[in-house]
Ligand binder design. Structure first.
Ligand SMILES: Cc1ncc(COP(=O)(O)O)c(C=O)c1O
Length: 414
């Protein structure tokens, strides 16, 4: 058995393969940037914006798409445009990036955390239902890593209690639930095109919706509160400047050409990983769900069971795995968002009129993922051939086989 790289052996690959470099420029993207340069329209709301908005709306099966600055401001705008704010509660997944929560608070509403199902890394429907109060206005579900949350169950809860369902689809470009695209499954969907995302222009975001009145209000609000399609100095609404420049829209339209091919590749790799990693006793792969007809796999989440490798800590396991240069893995949202300082500040109280109480005791699923089991592979790890993916499996197996040596080397015995 070859010695692990982290223990002084030779890594499976000398360096990470080329296909893992991200984001990825190409000739079409270069052309798009040059076209914008020469057009003389660099700001916003030009032809590139219109082209991308139409193309992305069609891709997401929605009537409208509004390109905006990023996937944080998109969520803030959605809450504000829906009139969700002071005195309201929004039920949200705790297994997410801070933006999902910041946006609720910046709108003046209070985030209420429902639990995470450790087998899917997404919202537990039963826990969502338990959190509904007379103050609940909306549910913000996160399609974690591109895996849609249980849309049937969460939509039914929203309907039953008269709540608005909003999708944080920052990871879910092209994912589908029962052949319906993420971003079209609730009242509005929010996307991020930040540098690490599967569809990227460096920094950018978009809102998708089928609600024309909401779209028009969002359009106004992202354009300093001007009248819908207005350009002058009349500002009937309170808004901000969240317009996305022509450069980014041009890049996004060009990058979209590769999206479906990449998704197919990642889904094939995920299938292989699901099958092979499930054979390793110290790994659990996510639960299969036939209702998920497409998964962008921005992340490939899995659970690590340290106790099945003699207590080898997660961080050491991941460090050893990464040192083999065949994938990039990390421990995900290991610092739970509800313990972050931002929720215990004076600002939080001033904005929401409340103080925040740590809900960890009610979130055993999320605690398990955050504290010990949750891990993911970044999406670029799934962009190679079957042979490349089998090298990833080999790296997992190697680390498992040498767990004892690792424990000794890192002083983790006993
Ligand atoms: C789940 C989730 N929501 C929202 C965002 C915010 O997107 P952005 O970085 O474009 O502001 C991110 C960014 O990583 C995210 O992961």
């Amino acid at each position: 058995m070859s010695k692990l790289a982290i223990l002084g052996g030779t890594p499976i690959l000398e360096r990470h393969p080329e296909y893992m470099n991200w984001p990825r420029g190409d000739e079409a993207t270069r052309e798009a940037l040059l076209r914008t340069l020469r057009s003389g329209v660099w700001g916003t709301l030009g032809k590139e914006n219109e082209r991308f908005a139409n193309k992305y709306a069609a891709y997401c099966q929605t009537k409208h798409c509004l390109p905006v600055l990023n996937g944080t401001v998109s969520l803030e705008l959605i809450f504000r445009a829906l009139g969700i704010g002071w005195g309201d509660e929004v039920i949200v997944s705790p297994y997410t990036f801070s933006a999902s929560v910041h946006s609720i608070v910046l709108a003046g509403a209070a985030p209420v955390f429902a639990d995470t199902d450790p087998e899917t890394f997404t919202l537990s429907p039963a826990s969502v239902e338990e959190r509904v109060t007379p103050r609940t206005r909306a549910i913000l579900g996160v399609h974690l890593g591109g895996r849609p949350f249980d849309v049937d169950a969460i939509s039914a809860i929203a309907e039953k209690h008269g709540l608005i369902l909003i999708e944080d689809a920052a990871h879910a470009h092209g994912s589908e639930w029962r052949s319906h695209c993420c971003g079209s499954l609730g009242r509005a969907g929010s996307f991020s095109f930040q540098a690490s995302k599967n569809l990227s222009c460096g920094e950018g975001g978009a809102i998708t919706t089928n609600d024309t009145a909401l779209y028009q209000r969002l359009w106004s609000m992202h354009h300093n509160g001007r009248d819908f399609e207005g350009q002058g100095y009349d500002h009937p609404l309170l808004g901000t400047d969240a317009r996305l420049a022509e450069w980014q829209c041009a890049v996004l339209a060009a990058q979209m050409e590769r999206l479906d091919g990449d998704i197919e590749r990642r889904m094939r790799s995920a299938e292989l990983l699901d099958r092979e990693l499930a054979k390793l006793p110290f790994i659990s792969v996510c639960r299969k769900d036939e209702r998920i007809t497409r998964n962008s796999l921005h992340l490939y989440p899995f659970r690590y069971h340290a106790e099945r490798l003699g207590g080898l800590p997660r961080e050491i396991f991941l460090k050893a795995l990464n040192a083999e240069h065949v994938c990039r893995a990390d421990s995900g949202y290991s610092e739970p968002i509800y313990r972050m300082k931002m929720l215990y500040t004076e600002d939080y109280s001033r904005m929401t009129g409340r103080t925040f109480a740590d809900p960890a005791g009610d979130l055993p699923g999320n605690e398990l993922l955050a504290s010990s089991q949750g891990c993911w592979l970044q999406h670029t790890s799934l962009l190679g051939s079957d042979e490349d993916t089998l090298r990833v499996v080999e790296a997992f197996a190697r680390v498992g086989e040498q767990a004892e040596e690792l424990r000794r080397a890192f002083g983790q015995e006993g």
